[in-house]
Write a protein that binds this ligand. Structure first.
Ligand SMILES: Nc1ncnc2c1ncn2[C@@H]1O[C@@H](CSCCNC[C@@H]2Cc3ccc([N+](=O)[O-])cc3CN2)[C@@H](O)[C@H]1O
Length: 273
């Protein structure tokens, strides 16, 4: 694809994000039924179980965990914050970085109560749910910063953001496929974030399958590159990752709530070659 074509596609995606509404997005995706901790078939408990297992099964280690395209959510680092001494959160939009800052600074004005999430992950760790306050304190202690990022840049973060050896682990949830105009851009972005990771480091990637669009706010219809499992695996291989595990969640009918046309969710654990 000509350079101009690539730049136009990426610029068009960036324009789509100018209307992104963190509060609405959280309401659409991070409240029941998609976040129902009483239901074993709800999406959020499935994601938290995948992340808990991946972080705690013994092969993931190091000092620095970086969350790529955090959006306004914290669930993706609730297990990792017990393993890594340093966590960096990142997002393209200031409104999302601001949303994360509000919670991390203990302000009451954040748009979602993360308590049920903290309690659920404590339960997965075999701790009493009341230990959620300790987990919240731990997360606030290990988060070193909330940085701007653009996964379409060969260097997605500021040059001084990471140690020269790179991060020890990356986590990224529902970002790459939602910000890429096509599969080639998705694969390039995967390569760009891969360069932030040290060789042998782990990537934990959660994303949408079969999604062509979602609402990032009332009336904010945002295109998504529809992916299938084979394309995800091929992109990982092409970007220098070795797949360790792929798990897939198929949305039950009542999880299809009209905020997107996603049919499934993938969880990938991979290692950088
Ligand atoms: N160039 C860029 N580089 C990095 N980040 C960027 C860039 N542009 C925008 N961003 C940043 O990336 C964005 C991440 S939020 C993207 C939403 N993904 C789709 C949505 C999510 C979702 C959630 C849950 C479930 N479910 O089934 O439970 C399904 C789905 C499927 N629909 C946003 O934070 C933006 O600020």
């Amino acid at each position: 694809m000509a350079e101009k074509g690539k730049e136009n596609g990426v610029a068009a995606m960036a324009a789509c994000y100018q209307g992104f509404d963190p509060a609405a997005y959280l309401q659409y995706n991070y409240t029941p039924p998609r976040a129902d901790f009483e239901r074993t078939d709800s999406i959020v408990p499935w994601k938290l179980a995948c992340l808990h297992r991946a972080f705690t099964e013994g092969d993931v280690s190091g000092e620095l965990l970086v969350d790529i395209g955090s959006g306004p959510t914290l669930y993706q680092v609730l297990s990792g914050c017990e393993i890594f001494k340093k966590v960096l959160l990142t997002d393209f939009l200031e409104v999302n970085r601001q949303e994360l800052r509000r919670w991390l600074q203990g302000e009451e004005s954040s748009n979602l109560d993360w308590t049920p999430y903290l309690q659920h992950v404590c339960k997965l760790e075999g701790r009493r749910p009341s230990a959620w306050t300790e987990k919240a304190a731990k997360l606030r202690q290990v988060v070193m910063g909330i940085l701007p990022i653009d996964v379409h840049r060969p260097q997605p973060l500021a040059s001084d953001a990471l140690p020269s050896a790179g991060a020890d682990c990356l986590v990224s949830c529902f970002c790459l496929e939602s910000v890429s105009p096509d599969l080639a851009a998705f694969t390039r972005a995967l390569g760009h974030i891969g360069r932030l990771l040290r060789p042998g480091g782990h990537l934990l990637l959660i994303g949408a399958l079969g999604e062509s669009c979602y609402f990032g706010g009332p009336g904010v219809r945002t295109p998504v590159v529809p992916l299938n499992e084979e394309q995800v695996c091929a992109s990982l291989k092409e970007s220098g990752f070795t797949l360790i595990r792929l798990e897939v969640y198929t949305l039950p009918q009542d999880m299809r709530v009209g905020v997107d046309d996603v049919t499934g969710v993938f969880f990938v654990k991979a290692r950088k070659d």
